[in-house]
Design a protein around this ligand. Structure first.
Ligand code: GLU
Length: 451
């Protein structure tokens, strides 16, 4: 049996059957590595794959707190420190009821490669909790964050592990987490990124993932000799931080972005979305997208219950560019078929692993330009790294410097992924291009650092 197959089988044998989504992320990477493993036996000799698929450390802890009616609530907290070959562990925290160790392992694993692609010094990690901030009062969110940090602070540090935000963790949660760390340790240091600007956050960090997605996509269209986004219809899913700033940047590039969604439904506004209204509904009111049609009666709101069978409304809308920016496995094979039938030319992942393996296979087969998340959404973590640099030096970068550095980073990731796909004979397959380019950097460090 080949090396690759062996590693896969051992992983399945030694993991729980609940690890399906983790396997999905791992197998996608491993399958891309076939050409590089064939040509160079050094990876097998140093056991790189079997070491890479097991996290360095998985921390799981109890988080108990009082809710507003003085009832004790108990949640589970996690931090998966996956790999620190390239730098201190780095990756976000997700607070969502779906969170479990398999989801965090998939996200932590992906993060190793995403961080590698930035070319910066960061290892991969992910953490979070099954706590749901939705519907909680600010005081409940604060009490939860405080209790969570009481345990987490033992495992993090500016040169050890630097968490950040993800789904359910924004500037408010980051502020509470940072404040508690400071109280426990008396240290004012860059232990978390995505902080509000007033206490050490970087300009453009909130916008970075979404803006980076569009910088990456724009560059990829140039490499592919395809028309830019100006005057093109684009569809975005989601309405969180990544979705909203993807929409904003697409609009500044002249695209007409007609859709977005949340857990309850989809908005279709053929005239182009009103970005200020979206920000007001989602960032200030934390309300449902249904509110959009109250002031924009020509827009159409479709509830999740009314979606066509096995497909998502947002991907039934004809578009030039599709930007899944909601969550994992949100774009399935039926959605992929609908997009292709309706003439979609490019799919760019803003969320982490939003397309199912079957959907990706179809896009590649039909020669739709497909930009995988690890490459396309690396702008967020790149600007997190800029935040770390600013904190370490007790300095601030101005807007132009951050934006310029973000753009340069996204362009260079795009170039590396594009050239790697050519070098390894998989032209146009940016899944393989991204995985191989990212793997090489991590693997070389792992070999050089010894077993
Ligand atoms: N959660 C984000 C991601 O998926 C950001 C991580 C970070 O800034 O550390 O990349």
């Amino acid at each position: 049996m080949g090396y690759l197959q062996n590693v896969k089988e051992n992983l399945q044998k030694n993991s729980s059957s609940f690890d399906q989504i983790f396997f999905q992320a791992v197998f996608e990477v491993l399958d891309s590595l076939e050409p590089i493993l064939q040509s160079d036996k050094v990876y097998e000799e140093f056991g790189v794959l079997e070491r890479l698929v097991v996290p360095d450390r998985e921390v799981k802890f109890k988080v108990s707190w009082f809710d507003d009616s003085n009832k004790v609530q108990v949640n589970t907290g996690y931090r998966i420190q996956f790999n620190n070959a390239l730098g201190p562990y780095k990756g976000g925290l997700r607070f969502h009821p779906s969170v479990n160790s398999s989801i965090l392992k998939f996200l932590g694993f992906e993060q190793i490669f995403k961080n590698s692609l930035t070319g910066l010094m960061m290892g991969g990690a992910k953490g979070g909790s099954d706590f749901d901030p939705k519907g909680k009062s600010t005081s409940e969110v604060m009490k939860f964050c405080t209790a969570y940090m009481t345990e987490l602070h033992k495992y993090i540090g500016p040169r050890v592990d630097i968490p950040a935000g993800d789904i359910g963790v924004g500037p408010r949660e980051i502020g509470f987490l940072f404040g508690e760390y400071k109280k426990i340790t008396s240290r004012y240091e860059g232990i978390i990124t995505g902080k509000p600007y007033m206490f050490g956050g970087s300009l453009l960090r909130p916008e970075a993932t979404g803006y980076g997605v569009v910088y990456f996509a724009d560059e990829l269209l140039r490499f592919e000799n395809k028309e830019p986004f100006k005057d093109k219809i684009c569809c975005v899913s989601g309405s969180g931080n990544v979705a909203i700033y993807t929409i904003e940047k697409l609009q500044s590039f002249g695209a007409i972005v007609v859709s977005c969604s949340d857990s309850k439904g989809t908005i279709y506004d053929s005239r182009g979305l009103d970005i200020n209204l979206l920000k007001d509904i989602k960032f200030h009111k934390r309300a449902s997208l249904e509110e959009y049609v109250l002031t924009h009666s020509s827009a159409i709101y479709t509830k999740v219950e009314d979606y066509p069978d096995g497909a998502h409304e947002v991907w039934t809308i004809p578009c030039y560019g599709a930007f899944p920016c909601a969550t994992q496995n949100e774009l399935n094979i039926n959605d992929a078929r609908n997009l292709i039938e309706n003439g979609c030319q490019i799919v760019v992942e803003g969320a982490n692993m939003p397309s199912t393996p079957e959907a990706i296979e179809l896009f590649l087969q039909e020669q739709i330009i497909f930009a995988p998340a690890k490459a396309a959404n690396a702008g967020g973590v790149a600007v997190s790294n800029f935040e770390m640099s600013q904190n370490a030096a007790l300095q601030r970068w101005d807007m132009d410097k951050v934006d310029e550095s973000l753009r340069t980073t996204m362009k260079s990731i795009c170039k590396r992924v594009y050239l790697t796909s050519k070098d390894y004979g998989v032209d146009g397959n940016y899944v393989d291009g991204a995985n191989i380019a990212a793997f090489k950097r991590v693997a070389e460090a792992m070999i050089a650092e010894g077993i």
